[in-house]
Structure formats: structure tokens, C-alpha cells
Design a protein around this ligand. Structure first.
Ligand code: MLT
Length: 269
């Protein structure tokens, strides 16, 4: 991995391939390795930049206000700084997954001029319910005592389809490995930031870049119905459901996801 020295500290990222820059934003509480299959395939015809978002993987958390964590907007601004640091001025294809998608909405809101296209995978536009927010704060308050591995066990059943949990146990083992290595403070900071994220539904009709909305057909976190309504609200967005995949579509059905994104890239104006 490479390291960029940014205002908040070092940020680790993969940078591979020629062509249009594509920025891949991973989910919670993961790192860039959830995109391994996409990095391999998409870097054949794009410049794929896959950072470890602040606090995750090899990017240290550094100082954060423990009461509010890191907001999605702060992550978006830091990723714009990463592009500056790499000297990328050409419009990019932004690809967000789940928490990475929450960050991507803020990137669209604040850095629209940097975008050529948007791909949102298995994410949500609405804010949390009070109950979901309370669950996040509970985790943020307790994860130091629980340990990160317990978070992997709590989330596991929701991340993959029942079929993948049974027939591809190596996927859950990989997620467990990544989550276990994630510092509790990073988990807490991200949960507080996600709990505070705004509802962006009213922004969707103003998104004017080519957009692909992609979701696993049995995603238990961001449902196909909810993602279809996001696609319906964005002018001319393309909607693709990856049949039988759970939330972690990129890991469960890499070939379908890669083919869908490659096809979208080829048809960009
Ligand atoms: C993710 O996959 O990034 C998380 O499930 C998002 C969330 O907790 O809302």
C-alpha cells in the first residue's frame, strides 16, 4: 500500500491501473480488502484508488473528539484531500459501499465538481431511526470493553446471505480477521459519525452525474426496495440487483459486481 500524508495524518491507499480515476470507499468496520476482487478486475481499465478510510486498516485514527467521532462529511473532505495529494484534477468515478456510501453522499454534496459518475452499492439515503442510533451509541460506549471481535460476531449474520454463511465460510473468516484487527476507538468513532449522519433523500433529485445503484437481492442492511427508491429519485439512475447476494455483494458475487461496474464504465458519456 501507499501512504499519503494528509492534515489528519497518514492515510493508506492502493493505487493501481491506468485510465479514469475510480475511488472505492469501503464499509464498516472493514478496510480496502473488501474490494480485492474489484481492484483486480477494474484496474484493467481504470485507475483504482482504494483507501483505508481514517481509523480502519492501515490508516491510524489519530485524534478525534470521542463524543462526536468522525462525521461522514469529514471523511469526504479528507478523501478530497487525498485526491489533491495525488494530483488528481480529472473528474473521478466515486464508488461507495454502505458506510462508504454515506461518505459518498457527502462527497457529492461538497465536491460535485470532482465527479464524473457515481456508483452506490448496498447503502442508504435515510438517517438512522432513534433505535438504530441508540444501538450505535451503545456499541461506541462499550466496544473498548467488548473487544472488536464481538462486533464481527454481532454483525456477521447481517453481512452475508444465509447461503454464503453456509457455503463460503472463508468470507466470514476474512471479515472476522479484518474486524478483529480494527481498534475499538475506530469502531466507536465511526459509529458516532454514522449515528449523526443526515438524511440525504431530498438531495437525490439534484444528482446530475451518471449513477449506478447496485444492491444484493437479500441485503439485510440496505434492502433492494430501499435502494430501488434511491434509484427512482435520482434522474436517469441505473438500478441493478445482484440476485441472492447479501449485504457484502462485492465479496459474495464479485464477478457479477465487476461486470456490472465495468459495463457502466464503458457506457459513460
Ligand atoms: C456497513 O456495511 O458499512 C455498515 O453496515 C453500515 C451501517 O452500519 O449502517
Amino acid at each position: 500500500m501507499n501512504t499519503a500524508h494528509l492534515t489528519r495524518g497518514p492515510l493508506a491507499y492502493v493505487d493501481r491501473g491506468p485510465g479514469v480515476p475510480m475511488l472505492l470507499l469501503h464499509g464498516f468496520p472493514l478496510d480496502h480488502t473488501m474490494w480485492s476482487a474489484q481492484i483486480d478486475a477494474l484496474s484493467q481499465h481504470a485507475r483504482v484508488i482504494a483507501p483505508d478510510i481514517r481509523g480502519f486498516g492501515q490508516s491510524p485514527l489519530g485524534y478525534v473528539d470521542s463524543q462526536r467521532g468522525i462525521t461522514m462529511e469529514e471523511h469526504a473532505d479528507e478523501l478530497a484531500e487525498l485526491l489533491d495529494n495525488l494530483g488528481i484534477t480529472e473528474p473521478i468515478v466515486l464508488v461507495g459501499f454502505s458506510m462508504g456510501g454515506y461518505i459518498a453522499w457527502q462527497f457529492v454534496r461538497k465536491h460535485r465538481e470532482r465527479l464524473r459518475a457515481l456508483v452506490q452499492c448496498d447503502t442508504r439515503a435515510i438517517a438512522d431511526t432513534d433505535e438504530a442510533r441508540a444501538g450505535r451509541i451503545k456499541m461506541a460506549d462499550n466496544v473498548a470493553d467488548w473487544g472488536s471481535e464481538r462486533v464481527a460476531e454481532m454483525m456477521g449474520p447481517k453481512l452475508f446471505s444465509a447461503r454464503a454463511l453456509e457455503t463460503q465460510p472463508e468470507l466470514m473468516a476474512e471479515v472476522r480477521r479484518v474486524v478483529k484487527a480494527t481498534p475499538p476507538a475506530a469502531i466507536a468513532a465511526a459509529q458516532r459519525g454514522m449515528a449523526a449522519r443526515p438524511d440525504v433523500t431530498s438531495m437525490l433529485p439534484s444528482i446530475d452525474v451518471p449513477t449506478l445503484i447496485l444492491v444484493g437481492g437479500v441485503d439485510a442492511i440496505s434492502s433492494p426496495e430501499e435502494m430501488r427508491s434511491i434509484a427512482d429519485a435520482i434522474p436517469n439512475a441505473q438500478f441493478v440487483e445482484i440476485l441472492a447476494a447479501g449485504h457484502m455483494t462485492t465479496m459474495e458475487k464479485p464477478q457479477e459486481v465487476n461486470a456490472t461496474i465495468s459495463d457502466f464504465l464503458k457506457r459513460l458519456p
